[in-house]
Write a protein that binds this ligand. Structure first.
Ligand code: MSP
Length: 658
């Protein structure tokens, strides 16, 4: 029987700088899905690669004093080494400089030109070099790039255009009749309301002011505009209109394009329209994930806050890093990177929960049975809850994975791990071990734990492949015992194996190892032993205490008293007399308000400008360190990190919040 196919792609990355933890997150997520689909019986194919053309790359190469080709060749080695380190099992690494890709792009361009979808005109508008995007006057925000907020340049040149508007109605209809096409749901509404329904402009698809790109075959003064070069990588990789092996019939349409929220527009508007024009089916799903933020703001080389995945993987291990990004990024939402939290998570979930379950089970099997589980085992009603949870967990994990909800899938596995740890406390094997008459009962307890660990091993194998291999070795699991089908019934762990004690899977990390923990350790010797978990516990207690301090219920009338509105930050500067405070000028529709907020430890004035926030409008003005503050902006605070609240799509300043 032929297997169903599953084609998943990552974006192709710009090789203009080193890749960071955000890019690592997308690629690890795609790899985990490929592994999971393979495990559950699919013929899965993972594509990743690099987007090597464009003005930005040309400029970076010039600055480095090498040719663009030499520059990208050097970068590719580093990127591939990163994916090797992170255990990314891709099937193909596509480069937009591959001659076969170039052929595809030239042929697509010619075909669309011949059929009248592309025409020659004159381009007048604005160009954002870092984003490689053209913008019209109405799309600019305060005269700046709406995506990155940077300066744009005016541009006017002969160029080719794609007739986007011709396909807009078909696309709106497609999106409305295919609810799974754009996920999560909120991104779909954003695309429909902000871009498609207001009407699409024709898209400029060539440039003649630089030459690092795919030349238009019939007009070589022009190179193909980057998105029309980049997006078709998903089909050129499968041999579309080129001489590679034809994999189109097997894998197209893609099951999912996994992309970050900033490029969802290109994938759900330009790309489907190009495909419609080429008469090809559309991908089944485009999933737009959130961003990994640093202290609530963007990670960028210019802010000097880029988190290097190689450093983290070397410090904490590849699987710990994979686990961190997959479990801490909640489906579709932004997440925050914080090294203390990463350490706390490794200690709590990996060293304690999973690591201890394995080491306690192995140690007791060695101690009481010389490592070989007895074949005579006595079941008890206490076993049932653990067994049924183990049997239910695979379906739960699969359900969440089908929604690309990695963190919930992992949560389901950790539920099982916690249940197994609780089972140890309930059954007290160390007491059973003292009584020779209880050997069969003890045998059953240790068997159930080992069998649960087998389930866990299969379930985590897509997320943490190295860890699964380590447990496999320690429990002497065979390949047959690690199949998805083998989870159909509890009891698949075969007798006759010899379990041994090994070094801990995830040694606990002491505070010094984490940079942030290290700083506090150096600053205060007495606190040297305090690790991140303790810090977390303290924080939790503090939050609970805070909760208790405000137990009173309020009525709906009370709740209606404050007036909340959407405001847009027009400008922002540091308070002249207080390091903690920022002074923002905020457009709230009816006027511009000055508001002082205590968020300077986590947001810089540059982070603030252009943001939409929620403002408490009718708060009595006060002076904060001599500067008047007329209102308040809302933020969430977990004791160490602050996150500003705002609407999840741009709304006019002054919009009511209710
Ligand atoms: N070359 C284009 C993609 C073309 S796909 C046909 C591109 N490249 S990129 O290198 O700038 O970004 C690649 C991906 O990394 C995007 O999906 C982007 O959202 C993601 N990320 C960049 N920074 C990120 C975080 N801080 N967090 C999570 N993902 C982020 O765009």
């Amino acid at each position: 029987m032929t297997k169903p196919t599953y084609y998943i792609t990552t974006p192709i990355y710009y090789p203009s700088g080193d890749l960071h933890i955000g890019h690592t997150y997308t690629t690890v997520a795609a790899d985990t899905m490929k592994r999971f689909k393979t495990l559950t019986g699919y013929d899965a194919y993972l594509l990743t690669g690099t987007d090597e053309h464009g003005q930005k790359i040309q400029k970076v190469a010039e600055a480095a004093g090498v040719s663009p080709q030499e520059y990208v060749d050097g970068q590719i080695e580093k990127i591939q080494a990163l994916w090797k380190l992170m255990n990314i099992d891709y099937d193909q690494f596509i480069r937009t400089t591959d001659p076969e890709h170039v052929k595809t792009i030239q042929r697509i361009f010619k075909k669309l030109y011949d059929q009248g979808d592309i025409y020659k005109g004159k381009y007048e508008g604005h160009y954002c070099t870092p984003c490689e995007s053209f913008w019209t006057d109405s799309q600019l925000v305060d005269g700046k790039c709406p995506d990155c907020g940077r300066e744009v340049q005016t541009a006017s040149e002969e160029a080719y255009f794609f007739r986007m508007s011709k396909y807009a109605d078909r696309l709106i209809d497609y999106i409305e009749t295919h609810p799974d096409f754009i996920q999560p749901e909120s991104r779909k509404n954003e695309m429909l309301n902000n871009f498609l329904r207001p009407g699409l402009q024709d898209l400029c698809v060539s440039r003649s002011s630089f030459d690092w790109g795919v030349p238009v075959s019939f007009d070589p003064d022009h190179v193909v505009y980057v998105w029309m070069d980049a997006l078709p990588n998903y089909i050129s990789a499968l041999g579309y209109l080129n001489d590679k092996e034809n994999l189109m019939d097997r894998y197209w349409p893609a099951d999912v394009h996994l992309v970050g929220k900033d490029i969802i527009r290109f994938h759900t508007i330009y790309w489907p329209i190009f495909l419609m024009a080429l008469d090809l089916p559309l991908p089944k799903k485009v999933y737009g994930h959130g961003w990994i933020l640093i202290k609530g703001g963007k990670m960028s080389k210019s802010f000097g806050n880029v988190v290097d995945p190689v450093v983290l993987a070397e410090k904490y291990g590849v699987d710990a890093l994979r686990y961190h990004v997959l479990s801490d990024m909640k489906a579709g939402a932004d997440g925050s990177y914080n090294e203390d939290l990463l350490v706390a998570k490794i200690n709590a979930d990996l060293a304690n929960d999973l690591g201890n379950l394995l080491s306690r089970t192995a140690a007791m099997t060695v101690k009481y049975f010389g490592g070989v589980l007895p074949e005579t085992r006595e079941a008890a009603p206490l076993d049932e809850e653990l067994i049924s949870l183990a049997q239910e967990t695979p379906a739960r994990v699969e359900e969440y994975m089908n929604k690309l909800d990695y963190s919930r899938a992992l949560e389901a596995v950790w539920n099982l791990i916690s249940r197994a740890n609780k089972y140890i406390d309930e059954t007290q094997p160390w007491i059973l071990g003292k009584d020779p008459e209880q050997a069969a009962r003890l045998g059953a307890v240790l068997y159930n734990l080992t069998e649960t660990l087998r389930y866990v091993t299969v379930l985590i194998s897509s997320f943490m492949p190295e860890t699964a291999q380590k447990i496999k070795g320690q429990l002497e699991l065979t390949d047959e015992e690690l199949t998805w089908e083998s989870l159909a019934s509890f009891g698949g762990y075969q007798d006759g194996k010899k379990i041994e004690r090994h070094a801990p899977l995830f040694p606990r990390i002491e505070a010094e190892k984490s940079e942030e923990g290290g700083k506090s350790a150096r600053a205060d010797k007495a606190a040297a032993g305090k690790n991140a978990v303790q810090k977390q516990e303290k924080k939790k207690k503090k939050q609970e205490k805070k909760k208790d301090e405000h137990p009173a219920e309020i009525t709906i009338e009370d709740f209606m008293k404050p007036e909340f509105v959407v405001g847009k930050i027009v400008s922002c500067e540091k308070h002249p007399d207080a390091d903690r405070l920022l002074v923002s000028q905020i457009d709230i529709g009816t006027e511009t308000r000055q508001i002082v907020s205590g968020i300077a430890s986590q947001y810089s004035p540059e982070d603030m400008v252009g943001r939409q926030v929620i403002v408490v409008k009718n708060l009595k003005p006060v002076k904060l360190r001599g500067i008047e503050s007329a209102g308040m902006i809302l933020a969430a605070d977990d004791g160490s990190s602050i996150a500003l609240l705002g609407p999840d799509k741009e709304l006019p300043a002054g919009s009511q919040v209710r």
